[in-house]
Every structure is written in structure tokens, then in C-alpha cells.
Design a protein around this ligand. Structure first.
Ligand code: SF4
Length: 377
């Protein structure tokens, strides 16, 4: 099977593995997953926990000490697993285990949530899929990461694990100005000490002049994540973001592209929240026309959230979306490869970069024929 298609199937069905004891189950990013290199060259983060995974036809096993993915007792492809990051064995000078300061979401990207709380969790504005405060409750992280601890941890991750870029995300702060000032200070200190490219992920700031401040503080790429373009899903699943409104997101993206450059600004578009598929394609086209990278990602349920029992979208849905969005990106000469840092440059949680690659590699690449799916459930 083509490794691009296998990545799509694995992200929809999950992969059964012998032991899930040490798998992270809350927080931001690709929670409940493992990094795989599907040989020879496809990198992927694949869900391995959750009820839906137990009925996956795919499982991991070994042949002569090598890891292989099996389906129906047939060995499909050899894979490599990411080892435990070496910096996880160390503590900061203030005694905090560095694994609580940040994680490797893939071998090259250091990721952390600067502010591990979100004001939307205090009322009905919380995004229904979000697990940001769950890892705080189980004490596997700290509530706010300061510059000193971050610099120490990132320098060691660079030295021992060879990371090449950083992603900082955060919850929504009560006092936006104070939080943005703090993020700018942190990015400036981390950039000065490490020299690494940084992606910062924020909600649209009330005052857009903050975008220039962040750029001057060493931020190379910006994530402003709308999650969905379906108005009903926006209201129902991400009510806090819906109150910010589509227009504010679009205004922010336009200004951010002016400040950071084309394809250095991105937005997550989740597929599988119950949206109408045409809203995904139309939303991605709108983003691409502005120079914003539409990072299309299959929804992945997190235990302990209101959407824990919702399954990821079917693989044929994702294949359809990826094909259409990759076509749009090729028209605008947009590419994940252009992104300097963060989720888009890592690209493991989405197969969109793999579909883009297939388009740019030429005409001998065959796309599977499929019937247009009508919904994402
Ligand atoms: S804005 Fe939504 S996704 Fe982001 S931290 Fe808050 S609740 Fe979670």
C-alpha cells in the first residue's frame, strides 16, 4: 500500500500496540499518539489510545527485532519508532523534570504549551474537543513555563536530541495584553539563547499591532487556529472562538501574512467535527488565497473531553479533502515545506504535506478513485 494512503488509514483507524502505559493522554497537540517513520520516508503521528483504536485492523509487531505494521496477519511495511527523548532524563536548575517543560511531538520539533489554562474552560466557551487542562490536573506539566526553564530545556534538547524548531501554543489568557507581553519576552529570550525558529500559536489579538511586536521578538511563524469554517459547528463545538467571529480571524490572518510573510501563518482546520465538507474545501481555498496555510487535520478524540466518544473521520473522507486542498495549494504555490517552524513544518498530524508532495512529484502519481463523501461523521 502507498505509504501516503497508509498514513491516512492509520490516522482514521489508529494502530494497536502492545503497551500504551506511557502514552500521553491529555494536553495540546497530538495526544494519544506515537511518532512513526513509515519506511522509507513518510513521517506520521498515529493514534494508539482510545476506544476506536481497539477495533483498528492495523497493529504493530516485530519480525526479527524490526517493527512492522500488520493488517489481517499480513506484514505491510516496516516502520521505525521514535525513541524516548534524551532530555527527558534531566531536570531544570530549579528541579523541574524537563519533560514537564516540553515534549518532542516529532524528532525535530520541541513543543510546549506556555499557558496550560484557558479562560474558555471557566464557562460555556470551552472547545468541546480540547484537553489543555487535563495534563495540569494529572500534574504531568506546569501551569506556566517561564523563560529560564524553557531556555535550559530547549538548549539541552538541541544538544542531546538535535531539535531544529520550536512550537509554543497556549490557552486563552484572562489578561490578553499581559500574556502577549510575556510571550514576547519568552520568545525573545529563547531566540537569543538557541537561535532556533519559533512558531507561536495564539487567538486573534484584540490589538493587531501585537503581531509586529511578536515578529520583532523572534517569532518566525504564527498559528491562529479557527478549527472549522462551518458556522453551526463553530457555534456548537468552539463557542469561545465563535464569539471572536470569522471576520476577526480573517482580519488577523491578513495582517499576520503582511507581517510574517506568505505560508508563515497557518490555521488548523479539523475534519470530523460534524461539519459540511464543502466548508472545509471553501475555507481552505479562502486561506490559500490570503497566503495562510490551511493545516487540515483529522479530529482525534481525547479521553476526558465532551467529544471522547466521537471517532475520527473515515479515511475516504480525509483522502477526498487532502486531494482537493492539495490541488488548491498547488494553484497558489503554497506548501508546508515553506513553513519555518511548528506544526506545519513538522506535518506529522496531517497527510496534507504528503498529498502536496505527490502533486509536485509529477504525473505518474495515481490518486485513488473515490465517491465524494457527503459528511464527515
Ligand atoms: S481556545 Fe479552545 S482549543 Fe484553545 S485552549 Fe481554549 S478551549 Fe482549548
Amino acid at each position: 500500500m502507498d505509504s501516503r494512503i497508509l498514513k491516512v488509514e492509520l490516522q482514521s483507524y489508529g494502530l494497536r500496540i502492545p503497551n500504551t502505559k506511557d502514552i500521553r493522554r491529555g494536553g495540546a497537540g497530538p495526544t494519544g499518539g506515537i511518532h512513526l517513520r513509515i519506511l522509507p520516508d513518510t513521517e506520521a503521528n498515529i493514534p494508539v489510545v482510545g476506544d476506536f483504536v481497539s477495533s483498528s485492523p492495523y497493529y504493530l509487531d516485530q519480525i526479527n527485532g524490526e517493527y512492522w505494521i500488520f493488517k489481517d496477519d499480513v506484514a505491510l511495511v516496516q516502520v521505525e519508532l521514535m525513541g524516548v527523548a534524551k532530555f527527558y532524563n534531566h531536570k531544570t536548575s530549579t528541579g523541574i523534570p524537563m519533560q514537564k517543560i516540553g515534549l518532542l511531538h516529532c524528532p525535530t520539533t520541541f513543543a510546549t504549551t506556555l499557558l496550560q489554562t484557558c479562560v474558555f474552560w471557566e464557562d460555556d466557551r470551552r472547545c468541546k474537543f480540547c484537553g489543555i487542562e487535563l495534563t495540569l490536573k494529572d500534574r504531568s506539566t506546569v501551569g506556566f513555563k517561564n523563560a529560564k526553564n524553557l531556555v535550559e530545556t530547549i538548549l539541552l534538547a538541541k544538544e542531546l536530541d538535535g531539535i531544529s524548531n520550536i512550537v509554543f501554543t497556549s490557552g486563552v489568557a484572562k489578561d490578553e495584553e499581559k500574556a502577549l507581553r510575556k510571550y514576547a519576552e519568552i520568545c525573545s529570550e529563547v531566540k537569543r539563547a538557541t537561535g532556533l525558529p519559533i512558531q507561536l500559536q495564539i487567538i486573534p489579538p484584540e490589538d493587531l499591532s501585537w503581531l509586529g511586536v511578536l515578529k520583532d521578538s523572534g517569532v518566525d511563524a504564527l498559528g491562529v487556529h479557527i478549527e472549522t469554517f462551518d458556522p453551526e459547528v463553530f457555534e456548537k463545538i468552539t463557542p469561545g472562538k465563535a464569539r471572536i467571529g470569522f471576520n476577526k480571524y480573517i482580519e488577523t490572518w491578513k495582517e499576520a501574512v503582511r507581517v510574517f510573510g506568505r505560508w508563515q501563518v497557518s490555521t488548523y482546520i479539523l475534519v470530523g467535527l460534524g461539519e459540511r465538507l464543502e466548508t472545509v474545501i471553501e475555507g481552505a481555498a479562502l486561506c490559500a488565497s490570503i497566503g495562510v496555510y490551511p493545516f487540515v487535520v483529522p479530529f482525534r478524540p481525547i479521553a476526558g473531553t465532551p467529544m471522547e466518544n466521537v471517532k475520527p473521520p473515515r479515511p475516504e473522507v480525509m483522502e477526498y479533502v487532502y486531494t482537493e486542498v492539495a490541488k488548491i495549494l498547488s494553484r497558489y504555490e503554497g506548501s508546508a515545506k515553506s513553513s519555518k517552524a511548528g506544526c506545519v513544518s513538522c506535518g506529522e498530524c496531517s497527510a496534507l504535506p504528503d498529498f502536496e508532495k505527490a502533486f509536485t512529484e509529477g504525473s505518474n502519481v495515481k490518486f485513488r478513485k473515490f465517491i465524494k463523501p457527503i459528511n464527515t461523521g
